[in-house]
Design a protein around this ligand. Sequence first.
Ligand code: HGY
Ligand code: MN
Ligand code: MN
Ligand code: MN
Length: 408
Amino acid sequence: MSGPEISSSRLLDRVAGLGRVGALSGGGVCRLALTDTDRAGRDWLVAQMEALGLTVSIDAIGNIWGLRKGLVDGAPVMMGSHIDTVATGGLYDGALGVLAGLEVIAALNEAGITTHAPLAVAAFTNEEGARFAPDMMGSGVYTGALDREEMLATVATDGSAIFGEELDRIGYRGSDMPVTPAAYLELHIEQGPVLEREGIRIGAVTGVQGISWTEYTISGQSNHAGTTPMALRHDAGVVAAKIALAAHEIAADLGPPQVATVGVFELSPALVNVVPEKARLTVDLRNTDNDLLKQAEARLQSAAEEAASAHGCTIARRSLARFDPVAFAPQVIDRVEAAANARQLSVKRMPSGAGHDAQMFAPACPTAMTFVPSKDGLSHNINEHTEVQDLVAGAQVLLDVVLDLAGG
Ligand code: HGY
Ligand code: MN
Ligand code: MN
Ligand code: MN
C-alpha cells in the first residue's frame, strides 16, 4: 500500500466547487458571513465532509467541524480555516485551509490509513469580520477567547442585522460542544508579496501581528454649501478626512511593519451642495509590536479629538476589534520547516500580516500555519490567485505535519 498522496485534480475540483458558491459575475466570490451564500457554502461543505465519512458537528456560533476516528480516542489533530469571505473575495483566502484539510482526509481514505490520533477538519464562522466585527469571531468563541453571548448579540457594522438572528435564519446555530484539539494546523495563502518576491515556496509562519479596528462616528451640522462661511461650519466630512490622513501619517512616521487602512468612509447626507452633518469611518491599524500599535492608537485618538474640536463637531469612538500579536510554538514551526525541507521545498520563517483563526488556537494548543505564495501579493481582491503547484505543495506539507503529529 503506497503512502497517502495529495491529488491536485481532487483539490482543484473542490476549489472550483466551493468557488461556484457566491461566485461574482466578474470573477471572485462573495460569501459574507451569515448571508445566503455563506449558508450555501456551509451546506456544500457539510455534504463534502459527510461524503468523506467524517462525523459533522456544529456549535452554538455555527462553527463546523468533521471528525475522523483514530486508532485511539482523544483530542484530534485539527486542520481548519474559514469559508466566509470579504465582498471582493478570492477563491483561496480561508477556503484553501479547509479544502486542503478535506484533501488530506481523502488521501488517507484512499491509502486506507487510520492515524493514531483522531483528525478533524474545521471551518470557523465569520473569520473575516467584514459584516459583523470582530474578525476571527467563530474561532474566538470556540477557544473561549471571545464571549459567545456577546458575539451572538453583535449588530452588523452597518446596523442592518443581529448576529444571532442571522445565524438562526441560515439554520446554523448548533449545540455541539467544541473539542480542544491536540494541535491546530492552518494552511493559508500568504495574502502578501513576500514569498513570490523572494521565490520561496513555503512560509513557516512565526505568528500574527496585532490588530486594532476602530469606528469613528462624527456629528456636525448640515448647512448650505454656498452661503455658509468656512469659519461657521461644523463639517463632519472634513473631520473624517483629517482622521483618515492622520492614520496614514502615523503609519508613515512609524514605518514598516505598521500599516493603516481606512476601509469604510461614509458621509451623510452625501449631497453635493450640503455640508456633511454626519460621518462614519473605520481605521484598521496593525503592527507586530504591541507597544508601537498602542502608540499608533493613542496618536490616532488625539488627532481625532483635535479635528473634532477644531470643527465644532462631536465624535464617538467604538472599538470593533483588538487582538494582541500572537507567536506560534517554535516546536510546531520546526515541523512545518522540516516537512518543507523533506520535500525539497524552499521555506522561510515569517510573521503573518493578516489575522487568522490560528491566532485564537495558539494559547490553547500547539498551533502552526503554513503559507503558500499569492500571485502579485493580491488578496481581498477578486483576482487573488495561487498556482496549482503551490496549492499542492502546501497541502502536502499539511499532510506530512498531520501524519507527524497524529501518527500515521
Ligand atoms: O482582517 C484580517 O486580517 C482577516 O482576513 N480577517
Ligand atoms: Mn483568511
Ligand atoms: Mn481574509
Ligand atoms: Mn484572515
